[in-house]
Design a binder for this molecule. Structure first.
Ligand SMILES: [Zn+2]
Length: 119
């Protein structure tokens, strides 16, 4: 099986990893000018710690999102209800991390093992 160029993302609730999806799945506008805009992030407001509630729908179900290959800790906050992302770091810094992550390669068949290792 060949290698796919994908960006893995892990949703984390405190320390336990509960889901893995592909970075591409998060992209809402491929033609947007910046990586943040591609992900639908318009606001420049940053949340160093998990926000109390979603700034879009006010849900309290916010989880940390780690983009593998980009940054080895939480990079975004994602609302589990409306799926909107919020920044943890300033946009310029976030763009830099995402750019680093674009060279990250993995093999989809390794994911099961990976999930076992980190689970
Ligand atoms: Zn929301």
């Amino acid at each position: 099986m060949g290698k796919n160029k994908v960006h893995l993302v892990q949703k984390t609730e405190s320390i336990s990893v509960n889901e893995i999806s592909v970075y591409d799945d998060l992209i809402v506008d491929r033609n947007a000018r910046t990586r943040c805009l591609k992900l639908g992030i318009k606001s420049g407001k940053t949340y160093k710690e998990r926000p109390e509630k979603c700034p879009h729908c006010e849900s309290k179900k916010i989880v940390g999102l780690q983009v593998l290959g980009a940054y080895n800790k939480i990079l975004f906050w994602i609302c589990d209800v409306c799926d909107k992302l919020s920044l943890r770091f300033p946009k310029r810094e976030t763009e830099k991390y995402l750019k680093n992550g674009e060279g990250f390669w993995t093999n989809a068949s390794d994911w099961d093992n990976y999930l076992e290792e980190i689970g």
